[in-house]
Design a protein around this ligand. Sequence first.
Ligand code: ATP
Length: 360
Amino acid sequence: MLEIIDVSRRFGDFVALNKVNLHIQSGEFFTLLGPSGCGKTTLLRLIAGFDQADQGEILLDGKSITALTPEQRPIHTVFQSYALFPHMTVAENIGFPLRMANIAKPDIDLMVRSILEDVRLPDKINHYPDELSGGQKQRIAIARALVNRPRLLLLDEPLSALDAKLREQMQIELINLQKEVGITFVYVTHDQGEALALSHRIAVMNKGEISQIDEPSILYSCPDNRFVADFIGHCNLLDATVISVGDQNLRISIQGLGELDACTNPEITLSPGDSCALTLRPEKIRLAAQLDAAAGEAQFNGRVHDMLYLGDVTVYIIELANGVLIEAMLANDAPGRTRLFDSGDAVQIAWRTDAGHLVP
Ligand code: ATP
């Protein structure tokens, strides 16, 4: 539905976007995720028409929208700052784009009531913005952006002004709202947890380029490169060298740990002698004072170096031979017990071959 083709944007000598290509499907909840300054907002502004690309083309439903003004595009944007008119009631705020489009008053009333049901705030219809909480203001801003059914809704960090609890509640509401209205959402965030929770697919951006586009679970479990592995969730990254390539697994060597088996994505080509990194999620690591040997596992002795108690889990930093540090995570699910080990305890760790994922 939306095609971004070879889009670049420079500010003076600085390349904010470098030949970005993206295809977004109709009805998708699609997220642009990346660290501050990677070009997410710049790309969103180009889609909205607030800014022009130096190079490339943007197509909506197969037609170029590059030359259209923001008003001519069937695209609306929700900003972090809500941008509600303070002197207008909720009904007047939401009805504003409909009045601009000369829609008859009885129709406006019906459409406003209907979208207020969708955002679950029908009783706030006659309130003013300063009588609403942050979360309610953002829901009204979203309602205003959705009321005349755009083809595409752009959301630029819409939840970042809300506290953590409310943000989580709003995430669930956004997922449900998007399902209900069926409109394509393009969402910008630097919060990887939020992106994983909300999106059908995510484009991870780094320095003006796309690093990987995939479903959340694939991005998390099979990253294509070091940047994505490191940016999304907690991840151990161990420098390795490929020894040999088999049908199922690759044999690698890690300084201090010796040789072990690991796997990778079918699209990633690694050859003997290549440098790579073993990515290993902390929750995939078994940790105990004494482990039974299991087939298909790499197993090492270590010592607890540091630990972080996080309530539901404890993160243990384990020091292996030659000073290799590995982060492991254990659920604190045993009643009455908050941690299993103390700093300095001798432990063993192990992970399955298919938990160790290689990236170039
Ligand atoms: P954040 O999460 O902090 O909002 P972002 O990924 O949205 O970051 P952008 O706002 O797209 O980043 O900016 C990308 C880069 O382009 C930044 O380094 C920014 O300083 C630069 N930039 C953006 N707009 C302009 C401008 N009008 N003039 C000069 N540089 C700009």
